[in-house]
Design a protein around this ligand. Structure first.
Ligand SMILES: Cc1cc2nc3c(=O)[nH]c(=O)nc-3n(C[C@H](O)[C@H](O)[C@H](O)COP(=O)(O)OP(=O)(O)OC[C@H]3O[C@@H](n4cnc5c(N)ncnc54)[C@H](O)[C@@H]3O)c2cc1C
Length: 596
């Protein structure tokens, strides 16, 4: 019993932390991956068109091309005839599963089938797409060929026709896929629209924390944290949030965790974190959940239409009656009985971000490139209210490499690094994550992670970042200051002060909880940090049933919204769980409405 109470206390403390920081437990980069299955070699294609002189003139055989992807080297084996690309196999890669892995699955077949390197980059994974093409060109060059001659065209898609559905869901991230699946469970005919060439959205980038209480695993472990206690804790920690929304979240997050497990997302429970389900031991949280949701969409017959962008809601007599859709092949309209908006954040639309929080003008983001606020603007156009759009979450733990790729470095701070400004002074709680992001923006938006070799030795992610050349390294703090341009005297004093806090066990300046790194192990390292917009948690006004509301509080018939685009009152707490809980409610209620 005592043990259970201790677990409960840990759980509540952890909930409070999650509530304040939403995902403070994140410990690795969003680009971390699992290897996808190698694509099957494709059939031998037709010969390249053109005269003999124009042909590629290659020495037939297998060649290994290499290029830098988002997660490191991509190696492809390209089998060529004298004038043909006969097969492409990706033999080594480390791209993000469900995103960067998609072009490696899709493009080789297109290149071989149409004998062209003029294929479209896969939207949402353009870096990995371009890298795949560069690797293939490298192999062709090794074969003595001229890659610029492979310019066949991919045949255009057929123009889509107008059609009907019981329920249309817009946005195939965590919230949208969950809504679509639950509407399909209710026997409805469901179309799920996704504007990018890949499904998953920002949901694929969730790293670790999934708030859950009352699920079978926690119950089996003897956790006695109740939904009521969690709801109270979330309400107390978020004075701007809604107690009713937190009650719905806390009462349902356990059953959705059980549901996710049942459809193939092996969520585990981290030691001592009895109210938080995490998939850490089996892969990143988002990748695990998105993979399971994609498979369940397929199993339940959800008609997932990639590269289909919803542009406008159709209204009849004040109720939603359809959606206009745009594709490369043309536009069409779906007549629908109910519509769920699940289009995620507007973090990738810097104009909209800056309009609502001017200090963020010009800032980069770490959301899906699809998160441009389309859903918010579509519902506003039909009279819905948008609320709290200035509630934008910024994280300071990103670094940008020389090639422009950015990396999430939360693991540095979660394992001990300190954060200083160019003057060499700490200026926020280094472990504050989102809670301090906007304070960092107020002071210029950048700073330096400073740490010793113990962190590099202890953390696999950090070792990988070192290999990617993201750190400045020196044998003394003074030399580190000189190499980075940080004020030498201040940095030396900051490190000495900090060592004192570690030995006393109290951070007298900022109240940091983890005081473990002693700055005793050379070499010392520094890494330049830049803030990025990680999410936008205001949005479409809804009630706890996910109905979309106008400014006078009345519901727009047939219209529902869930996930990061919706403002249901959870105030950014536990967003990965919010998406699944409210996505399920939206799908069930849209199906019930469609059935009337
Ligand atoms: C790096 C990172 C780490 C995170 N870690 C955690 C964590 O550990 N725990 C946690 O709880 N939360 C975490 N989050 C937050 C969480 O991942 C997001 O809040 C959540 O995934 C958003 O889900 P969603 O379904 O609302 O949106 P998304 O998953 O972004 O899905 C929205 C989809 O809608 C599509 N779309 C947009 N407009 C249109 C249109 N007009 N037509 C068709 N489709 C459209 C988009 O392309 C996208 O695919 C993290 C976020 C980031 C960036």
């Amino acid at each position: 019993m005592k043990h259970n109470k201790l677990l409960s206390l840990c759980a509540l403390l952890l909930c409070a932390l999650l509530c304040l920081t939403a995902c403070a437990a994140e410990q690795s980069a969003p680009e971390a991956t699992e290897a996808p299955a190698a694509p099957a070699a494709t059939e031998t294609p037709a010969a390249t068109e053109g005269s003999e002189e124009e042909m590629a003139g290659m020495v037939p055989g297998d060649y290994y091309g290499v290029a830098d992807g988002r997660g490191g080297a991509i190696v492809v084996k390209v089998t060529v005839g004298s004038n043909t690309i006969d097969a492409i196999e990706v033999v080594s890669q480390n791209e993000t599963y469900n995103t960067g892995s998609e072009p490696l699955r899709i493009l080789p077949g297109q290149i071989v089938a149409y004998q062209t390197l003029d294929v479209d980059l896969v939207s949402g994974a353009t870096i990995s797409s371009a890298a795949l093409l560069t690797a293939v060109k490298d192999a062709i060059a090794q074969a003595g060929g001229d890659a610029s001659l492979f310019t066949g065209s991919v045949p255009p898609e057929e123009a889509p026709a107008d059609c009907e559905a019981d329920v249309v869901v817009i946005g195939a991230g965590g919230a949208g896929m969950t809504a679509a699946i639950h509407a399909a469970y209710a026997g409805k005919n469901v179309i799920l629209l996704e504007k990018l060439d890949i499904a998953g959205g920002t949901s694929n980038y969730s790293i670790e924390g999934f708030g859950a209480v009352g699920d079978k695993t926690h119950n089996g472990l003897g956790s006695d944290v109740t939904a009521e206690a969690l709801a109270e804790n979330l309400t107390n920690g978020n004075p701007n949030g809604s107690a009713a929304a937190f009650t719905v979240l806390a009462s349902n997050n356990g059953s959705v965790a059980d549901w996710l497990r049942s459809i193939g997302a092996p969520l585990t429970v981290a030691a001592g974190q009895t109210s938080v389900a995490t998939s850490r031991e089996v892969g990143e949280l988002g990748v695990t959940i998105v993979s399971a949701l994609k498979a369940e969409c397929e199993k339940t017959g959800v008609d997932l239409r990639l590269a289909n962008r919803a542009t406008e809601l159709v209204m009849t007599d004040g109720a939603v009656s359809g959606v206009k859709v745009s594709t490369d092949a043309g536009n069409y309209t779906i007549s629908a009985k109910a519509v769920v908006i699940a289009t995620g954040s507007f973090g990738a639309n810097n104009d909209m971000v800056a309009e609502n929080y001017p200090a963020l003008k010009g800032y980069g983001h770490s959301c899906t490139v699809g998160g441009t606020g389309d859903g918010q603007l579509m519902v506003q156009a039909v009279g819905a209210e948008l609320k709290n759009l200035d509630y934008i979450r910024v994280n300071f733990t990103y670094t940008t490499a020389e090639n422009g790729y950015y990396y999430y470095m939360g693991s540095l701070f979660n394992t001990g690094a300190i954060f200083v400004n160019d003057q060499g002074q700490r200026f926020v709680n280094d472990q504050g994550a989102y809670g301090v992001g906007l304070k960092v923006v107020d002071q210029g938006g950048t700073g330096w992670a400073v740490f010793d070799n113990s962190i590099v030795e202890a953390v696999a992610d950090v070792r990988r970042y070192k290999e990617l050349g993201l750190f400045v390294q020196a044998d003394s703090i003074g030399e580190l200051a000189d190499l980075t341009g940080i004020d030498r005297a201040n940095l030396t004093k900051t490190v000495e002060d900090y060592k004192g806090y570690v030995s006393n066990g109290v951070d007298e300046e900022f109240g940091r909880a983890m005081l473990n790194m002693t700055f005793d192990e050379v070499p010392f390292y520094a890494c330049k940090m830049t803030c990025r917009v990680q999410g936008t948690f205001g949005g479409i006004s809804t009630d706890e049933t996910t109905q979309v509301l106008t400014a006078d509080g009345s519901a727009i018939p047939g219209l529902y919204a869930a996930g990061e685009c919706a403002n249901e009152g959870t105030w950014g707490a536990n967003p990965a769980a919010v998406n699944i809980v409210f996505g399920r409610i939206a799908g069930q209620n849209a199906a019930a409405y469609a059935g009337e």
